[in-house]
Structures are given as structure tokens and as C-alpha cells.
Design a protein around this ligand. Structure first.
Ligand SMILES: Cc1cc2nc3c(=O)[nH]c(=O)nc-3n(C[C@H](O)[C@H](O)[C@H](O)COP(=O)(O)O)c2cc1C
Length: 238
């Protein structure tokens, strides 16, 4: 039922909303559409990343030649296209028939997870649908610096990709050898990200020196998820 009550009097905010629900629904619809237009296709804590490109201006050979460890970064934020490419090259789905990914995985078990730490919060990459889930609105980078024995550049880089492993996934098929496979896979994913960074004109460095427990606590990782590698990425400070 819409419109005014008999007599036209509205006695409370609840009653006003009830008798004006047509207008209310219209206003909410406009709000919803404007939000989508302003924020791109982003619903609350889910960010749908732009589709990754599989063609760039830098050859594989040039990327391999150009990769170096960089530890001084400009604080300039990376845009969603750059973030999309970096995460896709680490764990993006490159075969939709079998959900295979950019980096190889023993037994196609895919034990790795990618987390993204930025000034505005912590995100988890979801390869299916190529999206980010916001886990926290807190800037975790200062905690990453402390957990990584004061490696300051982790706080300077606009984004840090944290590779974690769900070892149980690999162990389910390979026993304890699964751990070794997960570490190898982290190396594949990390190198892909570093080479993609070169192709985007960005710098990166892989970081393996940190206290696992401190990273897990800072990122509030669930039980069974272990940090393996971190890769700060950003514009290189010359
Ligand atoms: C497994 C591993 C762990 C690393 N950990 C760190 C680290 O914690 N901090 C750091 O600054 N560099 C780290 N590095 C980067 C190396 O220092 C770097 O690759 C090496 O100096 C060679 O330089 P390049 O990467 O420019 O070729 C690590 C590299 C590897 C492969």
C-alpha cells in the first residue's frame, strides 16, 4: 500500500516511511545506481577487478632482463588495472575449462592464497571471478615492517602482496612433501608477479625474512594458513 493514510496525517517516522514507500524505493534505487556508477562494479566488501590483459608492451625476455630487487618506492598508489595484472599473474585463472592458473601447481591443488596489503586495508584475492574481498580497513603495512625485522620498504611500497599457503591442501595428496611443493609454487607465483611488475614499469622485491607468527597475527590469518613470501610493489624511486 502506498500513498497517504486516510485523512492525510502521518504520526511517526515509521508511518511516514510506510505510507511513502514508493518514493523510498525510488530514492534507494537511485542511490544504488549512483553508487555503482561512482564506484565501478563494486558491492560493499567485494571489488570486481578489471579484466587482465594478456598482451603488453614488454617481451618476456625484456622482463627477465629488467627484473631487479628494488627497495625504494614512491608512495603513489597503484591503480586497479595494475593491481589486476599483478594478482592475475600470480594466481589468476588462465584456463576457464579446468580453473587452471597463471602459476603451476602440484596436482592442481592450488594451496596458495594472495593477500594484498594497502594503505586503505587488507584484501584477499579470489581467482574465481578475479575479485578482491576486503578483510580489514586497517593499514597493515607497519605491522608487516615490524614482523619482517624492520624492513622499512614494506611500509613505503603502496602495495604488498603476501603469499600464504594452505599446506593441508597439498598434504592431502603428497603428505609432508606437499609442503615442499607449496614453497615451490610460491616461488613460481612470486616470480610471475615480479616479471609482471617489470612489464608495468614497476619495481618489486621478494621478502622471505619475517616472523611467521607475527605476520599471521597481524593479518589475522585463519588457522592452517601460513605466510610464505611477501612482495612489495610500487613505482621505483631513482
Ligand atoms: C627466498 C628469498 C628470500 C629473500 N628475502 C629477502 C628479504 O627478506 N629482504 C630483502 O631485501 N631481499 C630478499 N630477497 C631478495 C634478494 O636479496 C635478492 O634477490 C638478491 O640480492 C639478488 O638481487 P636481485 O633480486 O636484484 O637479482 C630474497 C630473495 C629470495 C630468493
Amino acid at each position: 500500500m502506498t500513498g497517504m493514510p486516510p485523512g492525510g496525517a502521518v504520526s511517526s517516522p515509521g508511518a511516514f516511511l510506510w505510507y511513502n514507500q514508493g518514493m523510498f524505493v525510488r530514492v534507494m534505487s537511485y542511490f544504488f545506481i549512483i553508487t555503482i556508477l561512482l564506484e565501478g562494479i563494486s558491492f560493499g566488501d567485494v571489488i570486481n577487478l578489471p579484466a587482465p590483459k594478456s598482451r603488453g608492451k614488454v617481451t618476456v625476455e625484456e622482463a627477465v632482463q629488467g627484473r631487479r630487487s628494488y627497495r625504494e618506492f614512491h608512495p603513489n598508489e597503484l591503480n586497479q588495472e595494475q593491481i589486476s595484472q599483478l594478482l592475475w599473474s600470480g594466481q589468476g585463472i588462465t584456463d576457464n575449462d579446468f580453473d587452471l592458473r597463471a602459476a603451476p601447481s602440484a596436482g592442481a591443488l592450488f594451496p596458495l592464497q594472495l593477500l594484498l596489503s594497502k594503505k586503505d586495508g587488507l584484501y584477499r584475492y579470489v581467482p574465481q571471478g578475479h575479485k578482491l574481498l576486503k578483510m580489514s580497513g586497517e593499514d597493515k603495512r607497519p605491522s608487516l615492517v615490524r614482523a619482517a625485522l624492520g624492513q622499512k620498504f614494506l611500509g613505503d611500497a603502496p602495495c604488498v602482496v603476501v603469499i600464504t599457503a594452505l599446506f593441508d591442501k597439498s598434504r592431502s595428496k603428497y603428505g609432508m612433501r606437499g609442503d615442499r611443493y607449496a614453497f615451490m609454487e610460491a616461488g613460481h607465483a612470486a616470480e610471475n608477479i615480479c616479471l609482471q611488475a617489470v612489464a608495468l614499469g614497476l619495481g618489486s622485491v621478494v621478502v622471505g625474512s619475517f616472523w611467521d607468527n607475527a605476520i599471521a597475527a597481524a593479518l589475522e590469518l585463519p588457522a592452517g594458513e601460513t605466510p610464505v613470501y611477501m612482495i612489495p610493489v610500487g613505482y621505483i624511486k631513482q
